[in-house]
Design a protein around this ligand. Structure first.
Ligand code: BGC
Length: 729
């Protein structure tokens, strides 16, 4: 359908029909699901059932058959035959579950995110879905916030690269293409910075801070053509994001030229009343429409008030037309006017969901995500076996040792038939000659459910005394991660800490594997661990991947996408903090910017991660270039695998602007390259440095390049780099 045809369609629509397009309800409220009694929830929504044929989209309904039927019924009663869009939260896989985004961030391999999202799109599209509410690209610095698991981490450059890959993975080049989903970047804006890490709490940031750190990853999604943007629940500088004209009209639309659809988060239009910036339903509708929210998700202020607002001259109808046209354009881009079912197919669903290829992809992505944080001559287990010259006897303990489902939060459409094995099963498969004894493997409850620790009996652990190596599989329950899962204590539960210390007392090497959706406070158990592998939640391939990494069949290559704090009091502890006038330089003296009882530095910094290989860095050099090209310098370093184990290393480029009009971060990631090196091999890794990479937001919020001195840093993580200072113009 041409744009003019859409305009003709718009011209035929009544105001009621238009307002229906601007409203999104869950399917039970649409009255097209025969099994659901709509009187209860509908009355809560305060709408008349007569509105239902006009509604434009739904969320979180799944299944080809279900969605085909729903669309069919809807089209029978929609006067102009305008199809529904089926939207859903496919966050890290549809049925084949991939690692949580924070883990994918740790792979430092955007290509993997693209693969994960492309597979999720194939499965989701076959199941009848048209659009996913992903990627979430909120910058996160506070692990108390449960939703850090949905982000790729604390760095805007890494987030931007990951976001672009995710959008391309979901959308491909053409939304009509079979197996593609439209993507929706969220949550605009700065949802990842709530005070105290408490979900839905206030966000208050200077414009410079917003532009420098928080906005770039959303913009990156726009750069690759993301179809939709979702607002956030929080306020941004005292105005709720969903009523924030400056954010949506001035930045998103005018400055960035976004012409796709903006959707509110779940009932966020309604919450402008609770926030106390809208006096009533009518004001909520007017403010959010004027601010630029096209679709109101799960509240009904638009359809209840817009007719009267227009009649009384308080709202321009043109705003409604504009929003409807954008939604119709999205339906057109998805090809829904020609084929309202898009790719929904029961046969494809059967063939694709958790097919071998998809499970292999889940493995390939997951294997690059875990981060080896400590290893004192214990891993890989194969090497230990060689050293001891006998088949290993392994003691495996902890609440995650026998758990099959290791998906983590936001795997809402996960398959009923769990294909994943437990770590116990996977280790046994990977080391058939080993004997594995288990102890203290009872599951632990989620804080969310009001339960906490696992039951623990120390005698069970004593029975592992004759094992050669002890593995503790510990962490936080998946239900304690994700939305509405903020915490003030990030330590392992008391019995898990006790378990690790008791294992230590047995005098055998102890390996700790930590499952979590956030950086936990692991210092209290670190001394009791000879090795520590941060596993995150890896999805369907979790146990296989972890068994391969522990045994040495695979080599860890993850690097932290978020700094691990020494303790909660240190948060935020991101690596790219602004410079202060009284840096401590590690000195324990008064009147410098430091804590009396704790160092400033993270326990494990952003970008950190070990490997079974050893990499040596040498010959760093920076060549400055003259001329008009945007490239003003080239930086290079030689990396050599000085071990006899092939492996992957992530070379990281950080830059610091020595003097500027405003205070600049101590360093900022500006590039990274993940390389594979055979044992003994070496490679020169080179980065081009452009003026764009050296530019910043000045005091008047202009993005400028100022010639001057820049410190160029290359190395293995944000705390270990070589550095050269050069003058660049
Ligand atoms: C979440 C969004 C999600 C939406 C729809 C909200 O509670 O904040 O991320 O997309 O629900 O499920």
């Amino acid at each position: 359908m041409e744009k003019t045809k859409l305009q003709e369609l718009l011209a035929q629509m009544t105001l009621r029909e238009k307002l229906g397009q601007l409203t999104q309800l869950i399917p039970p409220l649409l009255g097209v699901d025969p099994d659901v009694d709509i009187t209860g929830p509908l009355s809560e929504m305060n709408i008349d059932p007569e509105w239902l044929p006009e509604i434009g989209s739904t969320l979180n309904a799944f299944g080809a058959e279900n969605l085909r039927t729903m669309q069919e019924k809807h089209l029978q009663r929609s006067r102009l035959g305008i199809p529904l869009i089926f939207m859903a939260d496919i966050v890290h896989g549809y049925k084949t579950i991939f690692p949580i985004p924070l883990a994918v961030g740790s792979s430092f391999n955007p290509k993997l995110y693209e693969t994960a999202c492309a597979v999720a799109a194939k499965e989701g599209a076959a199941a009848g879905i048209h659009l996913t509410f992903a990627p979430m690209t909120d910058l996160v610095r506070d692990p108390r916030w449960g939703r850090v698991m949905e982000s790729t981490g604390e760095d805007h450059y890494l987030n931007g690269e990951m976001t672009k890959a995710a959008v391309l993975g979901y959308q491909g080049k053409d939304l009509k293409e079979k197996g593609r989903l439209a993507a929706c970047v969220k949550h605009f804006a700065a949802y990842g910075s709530p005070w105290g890490g408490r979900d839905y709490n206030t966000v208050d940031l200077s414009e410079g801070m917003l532009r420098e750190f928080y906005l770039p990853a959303y913009k990156a999604a726009l750069d690759v053509g993301v179809a939709m943007v979702m607002t956030s629940f929080n306020t941004v500088n005292r105005i709720p994001a969903s009523a924030n004209k400056w954010l949506m009209r001035d930045i998103l639309r005018k400055e960035w030229g976004f012409d796709g659809v903006v959707i509110s988060d779940f009932a966020a239009v309604d919450e402008t009343i609770t926030h106390g910036v809208s006096a009533d339903s009518a004001e909520a509708a007017r403010k959010c429409l004027e601010a630029g929210v096209d679709i109101e998700m799960m509240s009904t202020h638009y359809i209840r008030n817009a007719e009267e607002l227009i009649r009384s001259g308080k709202l321009e109808e043109a705003l409604i037309d504009e929003a409807v046209l954008r939604i119709l354009e999205l339906k057109k881009a998805l090809g829904l006017f020609e084929n309202p079912y898009k790719d929904a197919s029961v046969e494809d669903e059967k063939a694709l969901i958790q097919c071998e290829e998809h499970l292999q992809a889940a493995y390939d992505v997951a294997v690059e995500c875990p981060v080896l944080l400590k290893n004192e001559d214990v891993l890989p287990l194969q090497a230990l076996e060689k050293k001891l010259g006998k088949d290993l006897k392994i003691g495996l303990a902890g609440p995650f040792a026998c758990m099959g489902n290791l998906s983590g939060g936001w795997a809402i459409a996960k398959a009923d038939d769990d294909v994943s094995t437990s770590l116990l099963g996977a280790l046994q498969n990977a080391m058939p000659n080993a004997t594995i004894e288990t102890a203290a493997v009872r599951h632990m409850g989620a804080l969310q459910a009001g339960i906490e620790d696992m039951e623990y009996y120390p005698e069970e652990v004593e029975a592992l005394a004759d094992c050669d190596v002890l593995i503790a599989a510990v962490g936080e329950p998946a239900a304690d991660t994700g939305e509405s899962a903020s915490k003030t204590v990030l330590r392992l539960s008391p019995n898990q800490e006790r378990l690790i210390h008791d294992l230590r007392k047995l005098g055998k090497p102890v390996v700790v594997v930590v499952f979590s959706g956030r950086p936990l406070e692991i210092l209290p158990i670190l001394d009791s661990a000879d090795a520590l592998l941060q596993a995150w939640f890896l999805g369907d391939a979790s146990s296989r991947v972890l068994a391969d990494l522990l045994t040495g069949k695979a080599n860890p290559s993850g690097r932290l996408s978020m700094s691990f704090p020494v303790n909660v009091g240190q948060i935020p502890v991101h690596y790219n903090a602004y410079r202060t006038g009284r840096p401590s330089h590690g000195q324990k003296i008064r009147f410098v910017s430091r804590y009396l009882d704790c160092e400033n530095e993270a326990l494990f910094p952003f970008g950190f991660g070990l490997s079974y290989s050893q990499f040596a860095y040498s010959n760093m050099a920076v060549d400055t270039l003259d001329g008009d090209s945007d490239v003003v310098a080239k930086a290079r370093i030689t990396v050599e695998n000085v071990s006899d184990i092939p492996g992957m290393e992530t070379v990281q480029l950080y830059i610091r602007d020595v003097v500027a009009q405003v205070v600049r971060p101590m360093k900022e990631l500006r590039g990274f390259r993940k390389i594979y090196l055979e044992a003994g091999a070496r490679q020169v890794v080179e980065f081009e440095i452009t003026r764009q990479m050296l530019s910043y937001w000045d005091a008047d919020n202009r993005f400028i390049f100022e010639p001057g001195e820049f410190e160029i840093m290359l190395g293995r993580n944000s705390a270990e780099t070589g550095s050269v200072t050069v003058s660049l113009a």
